[in-house]
Design a protein around this ligand. Sequence first.
Ligand SMILES: *[C@@H]1O[C@H](CO)[C@@H](O)[C@H](O)[C@H]1NC(C)=O
Ligand SMILES: *[C@@H]1O[C@H](CO)[C@@H](O)[C@H](O)[C@H]1NC(C)=O
Ligand SMILES: *[C@@H]1O[C@H](CO)[C@@H](O)[C@H](O)[C@H]1NC(C)=O
Ligand SMILES: *[C@@H]1O[C@H](CO)[C@@H](O)[C@H](O)[C@H]1NC(C)=O
Ligand SMILES: *[C@@H]1O[C@H](CO)[C@@H](O)[C@H](O)[C@H]1NC(C)=O
Ligand SMILES: *[C@@H]1O[C@H](CO)[C@@H](O)[C@H](O)[C@H]1NC(C)=O
Length: 335
Amino acid sequence: MVNVGIVIFGTFFMTGLGLQEFDFRTDYGRNRQEWPVPYRRFDHRPKPDPYCRALYTFCPTGLPDGTIPTMKDSDTIQVFRLQAPVWEFKYGDLLGKFDIMHDAIGFRSTLTGRNYTMEWYELFQLGNCTFPHLRPELSAPFWCNHGAACFYEGIDDLHWKQYGTLEKVAEITGTQFNKMSEWVKQDNETGIYYETWTVQADPSPNTTVWFESYDCSKFVHRTYRKLADMGVTLKSTLQTNYTRIFLYSGQPSFLGNDTTIFGDGGVKSLASDIRSFFHSFQPHQSIKDFLLSLLEVYDRVVLEKSFYLYYNFEYWHLPMKPPYIRVTYEEIPLP
Ligand SMILES: *[C@@H]1O[C@H](CO)[C@@H](O)[C@H](O)[C@H]1NC(C)=O
Ligand SMILES: *[C@@H]1O[C@H](CO)[C@@H](O)[C@H](O)[C@H]1NC(C)=O
Ligand SMILES: *[C@@H]1O[C@H](CO)[C@@H](O)[C@H](O)[C@H]1NC(C)=O
Ligand SMILES: *[C@@H]1O[C@H](CO)[C@@H](O)[C@H](O)[C@H]1NC(C)=O
Ligand SMILES: *[C@@H]1O[C@H](CO)[C@@H](O)[C@H](O)[C@H]1NC(C)=O
Ligand SMILES: *[C@@H]1O[C@H](CO)[C@@H](O)[C@H](O)[C@H]1NC(C)=O
């Protein structure tokens, strides 16, 4: 576990934000809020805005429309747990201290010998899912935060094994695989955006979780859960650790959405405060810059004890408290 707080990197200059102007205890009628706030599902996946452009094409080797091949009912499919570091983290003093991992699932058909990789990730890279763009022509911050599932033929053994994990964790029937594919399509259509942060009251295991992240490892866990619900037994001989990026805060307050905050009749001072908050944290090109941004966020929340979270396409205010931010690599057992 790495506490970002121990590494204060550089100096961050602040502007007076006057956060005290707002009464964040007002919860706009949401005082019987359910925690964690349920991740919003959509009835279909909208096309991303053309403003958002990927640095790397999403799912370049997947079949058109995300088609997942149908397996013969009588087939036996091996299931692999795949994990590898996001490569930039292998370099450099500071970066080497973080276990920032990417997770995926592999499948191999016994009948055909063909194998496949399934993963869920950002359409426009991690920085774009964590911080918005401030566009001069728009009053609301603009998010390129879509994430989606990608299924493609092949498993790159070397990539996963070299610094990570490639381990068989289960065997399923062709019927179970096909059922799982149906669910993946559904999940992919209805869960459309990536969420980097897990927000909770403190670091203890039984604490209140305010918001759950929605990322590659959450997709892997949902898939394992789905298989377990079908009666599949999952087993690993290794410790199954996953990367999580935490914010710690008191009870969050609901603020509103693009229309109610940034539209006509919105609270102008709140709108400008949110813009000013994100001004320093524009999406960055590299994972390294992303990490440096995390450290800047840390400096800032320690000073201001305040964070604006975008969740379900709505804004929340987080009254931040120690230890503020942490990146952990903790065990989450298989179901
Ligand atoms: C983020 O989005 C912007 C705007 O679409 C794009 O130019 C950039 O390549 C994306 N990715 C990264 C890593 O910044
Ligand atoms: C998930 O949605 C994305 C974005 O529309 C699409 O490119 C991808 O093929 C879909 N994946 C699956 C497995 O359906
Ligand atoms: C997947 O298939 C490729 C190509 O046949 C092979 O090199 C690789 O070892 C296979 N990996 C697994 C885990 O089955
Ligand atoms: C967390 O809850 C579990 C089950 O209620 C309990 O056994 C455990 O002692 C609790 N742990 C802490 C640190 O409070
Ligand atoms: C924002 O919230 C209001 C009130 O709940 C709602 O009428 C409006 O459609 C929402 N706007 C967006 C962009 O979701
Ligand atoms: C994996 O997680 C466990 C428990 O959460 C922890 O004790 C262990 O140090 C972690 N392993 C690594 C390599 O960080």
